[in-house]
Each structure stands twice: as structure tokens, then as C-alpha cells.
Design a binder for this molecule. Structure first.
Ligand code: NDP
Length: 453
């Protein structure tokens, strides 16, 4: 059996060693999940809700421990990691109310009665990336469990620690054996087996568009249900009539959150030409003011990148002759550090402008008018997120409707709320997570006609 040494990205020191799950162990876990599903779907709705609330309480009671694990294993600043553990608790508590609301319909038909049931799909395979190990795990896990599905989760190879601990907390909360299992290991082994195994009825995948394409092809073999949350290259559009101070102060947090390792990162700032100079003047202190450093310190805003290889990948977007307008700071010495970096002016063909960087690098591009802003924002195969800054409410709505992306904020850089739907347009994904309808994505509708004459 092989294993993986988890490395602390801030110190480059080993944290612990985690054994890889094999393909045979993955098959055994899927079979266990399929057996557990028979009884889990039969648990009374109120009791299923109660167990999920207890699971939320377990997570809440261990949030400091989970946050510290994430800081050590993923390099997330402790403040952010604490919020992420809280997110798992909140998502579980939100979907704990769903089992008692999983209602079907009664549809008028001649000669009888027609009713629909929302039946749980069965075993769900949940494949999680390394950038937000806790929240993304919870977004699939909680609604699936609420729907009466059982879940086999595969965390990213580099960041398995919090998922493993959350799996233990599920058992402590009283979830029956086999209802929620966490299998650390490789995507090419565990992930692939979840995609191929006929007893897995749905895959929830968050990760790169390339792997998402392979997974979609794999799911086609068994007509397996699929949700995909993929990459992004989102725009932060600043109009001249906006509160420029607020827009500039917020822009670093729209892209450098989690060191830019965020699918919703607004990595292209588009600014109306008439206010470009003023915006850049204000952006510089906002960027240099981002507190980058020791992720265990309470006031740190940005930590390191996940690995040396990823840092080299991010750095490749900023070659020696790159048009660096200004950059923030980053510690020297051990750790996979990279400073917040602003590129301007950039060519429309530059990889930094066209590709997802997944690091703390942002480009600034001017536009002449609303039509050009929309056209630049849409000139990408992705469509996940974005922001619009304007004081004109008509324009805000017009532009929000015209930008081909799944999640937009006006005069704000916020991206995801667990009680509102989240997902991508175009190559950013398929299906929606979160929000009040997320449980439906883990059910199939069964239609039953009962003759009355
Ligand atoms: P990857 O696509 O490389 O990996 C994601 C997950 O898939 C990992 O658990 C990985 O395992 C697994 N995996 C890899 N290959 C396979 C395979 N053949 N079959 C099944 N599973 C496999 O993405 P990253 O981890 O690099 O994550 C970064 C990407 O995720 C970015 O593009 C980002 O935009 C996107 N993302 C999208 C979000 C959204 O909500 N839309 C949110 C967060 C990230 P292993 O760790 O072993 O490689």
C-alpha cells in the first residue's frame, strides 16, 4: 500500500502520513455504502434530520481542531479556516431541515390519483479538490445525506486531513456505519473507481475543467448522474459611476482570498477608461496592505500556495518581462509563498489574461463603455462568478443579465452563500449546488398512478 506525506505549505515540514485507499478497498467501501443506503433511506425523516443536526453539533464542538488541521495541512489562515469549519456546521444544519420537506406532488388525472415521490439516488461519489477541502466536502455531503443517499468521499490527495476527521465526527454523531465514508487516495485510483463503479449512482465533482471532462465521459458509460463545479476566469467590472474607493478596497479580496486558489477569483479587473488612473492609485495601497504571512496568526489575510509545483505554475504567468504594475509582499524562506501581483497593461492574448491562474495574480484592463465591458467579460470559455461596481441600478441589472456567468455580486465581492444556488455557465460546470433545491439533485422523481375505478 502506498501513502502520502502531507506537507505544511507554510513551513515545508511534514505534518503526517496518510495511507492511500486501493481500488479494491474503494469497491468494498462502495458495497458497504450500498448496503447502508437500504436502511438510511428508511430512517424516519425527523430522525435523519436529528442525526444531521447532531453531526453539525459535532463539527461545531471540534471547529478549533478542524481549523488548526486545515491551517497545518493546507496553509489556510486560521481565521479563514475557522470560517470554513463553521461553514460545514452551517451547511449540515441547513440541510438537516430538508428530510421533512422532501415532498412530492399530487397531479390531477382522470380515473385515479397521480403522485410523485422524490427517491434517493443511492450511493453518491464525492470528489473534492485541494483548495477548499472543508466547504466543498460539505456542499455535496449534506444535501446528499439529507436526501437519503449514502456518500463515499474522496478528498484531494494533498489535503485529506479535515475530511478524514469529519468522517470520524459523523460516526461520533451516530450516523450509521457506511452512510458517510472518506477514502483518502489518488484521483486516478479512488476517484476513477467511483466514476466507474456501477453501484455509484451520482458523481459530484469539483476540480479542473480537464478532469471534469474525463469524468463526464466516464459517467456516460453508466448514465451516471453528475454535478460538475469547474474552473473560472471571472471579471470584476468597475464602472466610472461606482464608488471607486470601495471597489478598489474590495478588489484584492475578490481575487487574493485563499491566495487566489479560488474558482470564483475575479482575476480580471475591467475598469472604465475614464477612472482607470484613479482606480490604480487606490488599488496599489489596497494590494500592498494585504497581510501575507504566518497562517497561524489571527490577523493574517493570505497564506502560502499549496505546493512548490503549484507555485512554479503560478509564477509561469509572470515571466521576467511581465508588465507588473505593483505587488504586495510575501515572506522569505521556507514556505510556498507568492506575493499578490497586479499586471497591467496586459495583451488580450497573454495567458495571464486568458487562463485560470489559481494564484494571487490579477490583470487590469480598461474598457470604453458598457457594451465593451460585457463583451470582454464574456470573452472566456468559463462562466462561474463575477462582480459589477456601479451606482446605477438599471445598469447593474442589465450587465448582470448580460454576463454569461452563474454567480454575480453587485457592489460586493462575495461569492457563495450556502442558502443560495451556486454553479457555473459554459465550461465552468454543470448543475447547481447549495440553495433550497440542492437536495433535489440527489433524488429522482418517481411517478405513480393509482386507479380509483
Ligand atoms: P483536479 O481536477 O486536478 O482534482 C480535483 C479532484 O479530482 C481531486 O480530488 C483529484 O484527486 C481528483 N481526480 C483527479 N483525476 C481524477 C480522475 N481521473 N478521476 C477521478 N478523480 C480525479 O483539480 P485541482 O485539485 O487541481 O483543483 C483546482 C481546480 O478546481 C481549479 O480549476 C478550480 O477552478 C476548480 N475548482 C472549482 C470550484 C467550483 O466550485 N466551480 C471550486 C474549487 C475549485 P488528486 O488529488 O489525487 O489529484
Amino acid at each position: 500500500m502506498t501513502s502520502y506525506t502531507v506537507i505544511n505549505p507554510a513551513t515545508e515540514q511534514p505534518v503526517t502520513q496518510v495511507e492511500h485507499t486501493t481500488a479494491e478497498q474503494t469497491d468494498a467501501a462502495v458495497e458497504r455504502a450500498a448496503r447502508a443506503q437500504e436502511s438510511w433511506r428508511a430512517v424516519a425523516p425527523g430522525d435523519r434530520g436529528r442525526l444531521l443536526r447532531r453531526f453539525a453539533e459535532q463539527v461545531d464542538g471540534h471547529s478549533a481542531e478542524l481549523a488548526a488541521l486545515e491551517t497545518a495541512g493546507s496553509g489556510h489562515p486560521i481565521g479563514a479556516a475557522t470560517w470554513e469549519a463553521g461553514q460545514v456546521r452551517d451547511v449540515l444544519a441547513y440541510y438537516a431541515a430538508a428530510p421533512e420537506r422532501l415532498t412530492g406532488r399530487q397531479i390531477p388525472v382522470p380515473g385515479g390519483l397521480d403522485v410523485t415521490f422524490k427517491e434517493p439516488l443511492g450511493v453518491v461519489g464525492l470528489i473534492v479538490p485541494w483548495n477548499f477541502p472543508m466547504p466543498i466536502l460539505s456542499w455535496g455531503m449534506a444535501p446528499a445525506l439529507a436526501a437519503g443517499c449514502t456518500v463515499v468521499a474522496k478528498p484531494a490527495e494533498m489535503t485529506p486531513l479535515t475530511a478524514i476527521r469529519i468522517g470520524e465526527l459523523a460516526l461520533d454523531a451516530g450516523l450509521p456505519d457506511g452512510v458517510f465514508q472518506v477514502l483518502p487516495g489518488k484521483g486516478s485510483v479512488v476517484g476513477q473507481r467511483l466514476v466507474d463503479h456501477p453501484l455509484v449512482r451520482k458523481i459530484v465533482f469539483t476540480g479542473s475543467t480537464e478532469v471534469g471532462q474525463q469524468i463526464m465521459a466516464g459517467c456516460a458509460r453508466n448514465i451516471k448522474r453528475l454535478t460538475l463545479e469547474l474552473g473560472g476566469k471571472s471579471a470584476n467590472i468597475v464602472f466610472a459611476d461606482a464608488d471607486i474607493e470601495r471597489a478598489a478596497a474590495s478588489a484584492p479580496y475578490a481575487v487574493f482570498d485563499n491566495a487566489g486558489q479560488d474558482c470564483c477569483a475575479r482575476s480580471r479587473i475591467l475598469v472604465e477608461s475614464s477612472v482607470l488612473d484613479r482606480f490604480m492609485e487606490l488599488l496599489e495601497p489596497a494590494v500592498t496592505g494585504v497581510r501575507v504571512g504566518d497562517p497561524t496568526a489571527a490577523d493574517t489575510e493570505m497564506g502560502p500556495l499549496i505546493s512548490a509545483a503549484h507555485r512554479a505554475h503560478v509564477a509561469s504567468y509572470v515571466p521576467a518581462d511581465a508588465p507588473v504594475a505593483f505587488r504586495g509582499s510575501a515572506p522569505d524562506g521556507a514556505g510556498f509563498w507568492y506575493p499578490p501581483t497586479v499586471l497591467a497593461p496586459v495583451a488580450a492574448s497573454a495567458p495571464a489574461y486568458t487562463e485560470e491562474i489559481f494564484g494571487p495574480v490579477v490583470t487590469v484592463t480598461p474598457f470604453a463603455d458598457e457594451a465593451e465591458a460585457v463583451s470582454l467579460a464574456n470573452d472566456t470559455p468559463y462562466g462561474l462568478s463575477g462582480s459589477i461596481w456601479t451606482e446605477n441600478v438599471g445598469r447593474a441589472i442589465r450587465v448582470a443579465r448580460a454576463v454569461e456567468t452563474g454567480n454575480l455580486s453587485v457592489n460586493s465581492h462575495s461569492s457563495v452563500r450556502y442558502w443560495t444556488p451556486f454553479g457555473g455557465f459554459k465550461q465552468s460546470g454543470l448543475g447547481r449546488e447549495l440553495g433550497p433545491d440542492a437536495v433535489d439533485a440527489f433524488t429522482d422523481v418517481k411517478n405513480v398512478f393509482i386507479a380509483t375505478n
